[in-house]
Design a protein around this ligand. Sequence first.
Ligand SMILES: NC(=O)c1ccc[n+]([C@@H]2O[C@H](COP(=O)([O-])OP(=O)(O)OC[C@H]3O[C@@H](n4cnc5c(N)ncnc54)[C@H](O)[C@@H]3O)[C@@H](O)[C@H]2O)c1
Length: 330
Amino acid sequence: MGSRDRSPLHTMPFTGSGLRNMAFYAHQLRRGFSSSAVRNVVIKHIMVIGGGQMGAGIAQVAASTGHTVTLVDTSEDILKKSVKGIEGSLRRVVKKKFADKPEAGEEFIQKVMQNVAISTDADSAVQTSDLVLEAIVENLKIKQDLFGRLDKLAAAHTIFASNTSSLPITDIASSTHRLDRFGGLHFFNPVPMMKLVEVIRTSATSQETFDSLLNFSKALGKTPVSCKDTPGFIVNRLLVPYMMEALRLYERGDGSKEDIDIAMKLGAGYPMGPFELSDYVGLDTMKFIIDGWSAADPENPIFAPSELLNKLVAEGKYGKKTGEGFYKYK
Ligand SMILES: NC(=O)c1ccc[n+]([C@@H]2O[C@H](COP(=O)([O-])OP(=O)(O)OC[C@H]3O[C@@H](n4cnc5c(N)ncnc54)[C@H](O)[C@@H]3O)[C@@H](O)[C@H]2O)c1
């Protein structure tokens, strides 16, 4: 974030034509906030930090369901790409949903994009946010620094949430003084398609905060499940060891990766085999997760590292995103 003008007007709402939408700010500034924490916060105005795969998807879904969103990242170039991605994704939705009424589809896109503002200045945008939802790089120190700084600037009622896949929410929250207003909201990729949200409560998350996060997830049209702050929450705690076990089976020469993928698709009814799924998730991400768990619990055999995974990551073969992982992609 640069040392730019820190007025809330620094944020730029995006319409289809990229024009500034002053009404967006007028509405936010008119609202005013009480200085005491509000119980059962109804989340309407959100700041999503990180305009990558997950943040852009979350912003799209929130804006499509009538929330105003300020999407924050480190540069305007990144944010322009995020907005382009959101528009492209909305066009795909509209093509199906409004197949017979292209004009209504165009109107829908314009309306949704009016709900999205972009900014490189989280410190200003936080002041008008009911919820700060973080989807930045998976690095504990960077997440802690961000939340620690925003904690001093946010309104008392503002709820903080992280979309982390593998870090303890309790550790991220420890840099703030709002442990009762801190939780996890774990979305799945691609966010507009995947119905699930894991709502994570730490031992300090208040019932009001938990209820607000649950209701917010429902307002997004998602199906929330509740989970304690344990490694991998529900889905990844089951999925990552499964993918690692498939890798070990292949490393031992018990089956080819193609056969293992076919077996799990046709025998277990999974939409992707474990190697296809690993390439989709990203082998770097998988390594990061398993290394973290293994460091915390080195004796646990299901968290044991894999030589093959380490080798592929060292070679820069991260899966679909780099064009090669277990398989090659054009
Ligand atoms: N990719 C997935 O399948 C997936 C699924 C669930 C959760 N997550 C979690 O979501 C988070 C983001 O993952 P992603 O795949 O979207 O990553 P990504 O690399 O696509 O995007 C991260 C974005 O954050 C930005 N960023 C980094 N530091 C920042 C800062 N200090 N302030 C503002 N912006 C910053 C980067 O510029 C980038 O645009 C991670 O915590 C990850 O564990 C990822």
